[in-house]
Design a protein around this ligand. Structure first.
Ligand SMILES: Cc1ncc(COP(=O)(O)O)c(C=O)c1O
Length: 409
């Protein structure tokens, strides 16, 4: 009898290979946080999320909401066309001018998604005679951009710039152009790239440099301008800065920024911009207001720095492994195996702290973790509370139970 070849069978096999068994003892993903929060409030319980990258607490700021409502009333929800042909609003232009000014570069272009911005920019810029150098722990959007490019992709070990230098020395001469891509603050490990050295390398080896500042805007640097400010580098030295509106800026969408000639070229040719609808005016207004507020209310950055430092100190006092994190907005707590991570996440959830496990997807399989997004809005009590719970022995008792339940199903 011929074996079934249905898409459903194929999907079920692929899902099994992707680690479906981890869900058998309870699915910790897709938790409806609005419902859980409302339930907790009703029952006089705590619900504290460390799962959201609202680093400065601007997402629900009354002025951000008011700007979104005003744009909604005036302009409606959608841009209703690609901006190139009918979707342009004055708000788009204002947001881009504000972003470029904030970043210290000449121009910026906003797209409907941060993920899309990486995919389309990285796959668009290079041709078949070129090379793309990416970090082995690059975000999936960078990896997808690499899959879409005609250029050769060359991977260097995570944050190992000696390795990058070696690869450039060995291979650069074989290609016409070269682009190096690195991230400002790595989203799973909370560590940073050595930007001054990257600039030195790109100059020495005649390459271009793209930095994805998705998690570093509002987080790194005295004024939250990102890795270049944190490391004291001139932003003009970075060829392209990519960022997202979904994290510190509390909404949704992405942007690419750099020299005027480069952005002008992209404005007319970047497929993810030209062939996709313009950013919703509601989102553009919210992001623009958040960008102003983060500069006006600079205490938020100071609070974030203090909170993250407190979290790091307490985690280390408790003997927790925070990997290579530098102690800013993203801090992982590493566990020995996925079941221990699942048990820790569920234990925290039972005690009112929402910290989903990161296993299998987005991190090496042998490095499961709880990833904490720290926010300026977390209180000292919440940070102390969650680290104390993690240090508690009860997690270790819960692990064998989670493991045997999964083995039995
Ligand atoms: C480093 C990095 N780049 C890009 C993105 C994509 O941004 P967005 O979620 O806004 O699409 C993310 C998302 O988390 C990210 O971590």
């Amino acid at each position: 009898m011929r074996k079934s070849n249905s898409l459903a069978d194929y999907a079920s096999k692929r899902f099994r290979l992707a680690g479906k068994a981890y869900l058998d003892s309870g699915d910790p993903f897709f938790a409806p946080s609005d419902v859980l929060r409302a339930e907790a409030v009703r029952n006089g319980r705590r619900f504290v999320s460390f799962a959201n990258y609202d680093y400065l607490g601007l997402a629900a700021h009354p002025k951000v909401k008011a700007a979104a409502v005003a744009a909604l009333q005036k302009l409606g929800i959608g841009a209703l066309a690609s901006r190139l042909v009918g979707g342009e609003r004055s708000l788009h232009h204002r947001l881009e001018i504000g972003l470029a000014k904030f970043l210290g570069v000449e121009a910026a272009l906003a797209l409907v998604s941060g993920y899309l911005t990486n995919v389309t920019t990285i796959s668009h810029i290079l041709g078949s005679h070129d090379a793309l150098f990416i970090d082995e722990l690059s975000h999936n959007s960078i990896v997808s951009g690499a899959k879409g490019t005609a250029a050769e992709t060359i991977v260097f070990q995570h944050n190992d710039l000696d390795h990058l230098d070696f690869l450039l020395r060995e291979k650069r001469a074989n290609y016409r152009n070269a682009l190096i891509v690195a991230e400002g603050l790595y989203s799973m490990d909370g560590d940073i790239a050595d930007l001054p050295r990257l600039i030195e390398l790109k100059e020495k080896r005649r390459a271009w440099l793209l930095i994805d500042e998705a998690h570093s805007i509002g987080v790194l640097g005295e004024n939250g301008r990102g890795l270049w400010e944190h490391t004291g580098v001139d932003p003009q030295e970075v060829d392209l800065i990519i960022g997202t509106l979904s994290k510190t800026l509390g909404s949704c969408g992405g942007f690419v920024a750099g020299k005027e000639e480069v952005i002008r070229w992209l404005r007319y040719t970047l497929p993810g911009f030209v062939y996709s609808v313009g950013l919703s005016p509601v989102i553009a207004a919210a992001a623009e207001t958040a960008l102003h507020l983060m500069q006006e209310e600079s205490w938020r950055m100071e609070r974030l720095r203090r909170n993250a430092a407190l979290f790091m100190d307490l985690a280390h006092d408790a003997g927790l492994d925070t990997g290579p994190a530098i102690g800013r907005g993203v801090v992982p707590v590493l566990f020995c195996d996925s079941y221990e991570t699942l048990a820790a996440s569920s234990y925290l959830m039972d005690n009112g702290y929402y910290v989903p496990p990161i296993i299998q997807i987005g991190v090496p399989k042998d490095q499961p973790r709880l990833r904490f997004f720290i926010s300026a809005l977390h209180s000292e009590e919440e940070i102390r509370g969650v680290t104390e719970l993690l240090a508690a022995r009860d997690i270790e008792r819960a692990v064998p139970a989670a493991r045997s339940l999964s083995a039995a199903t």
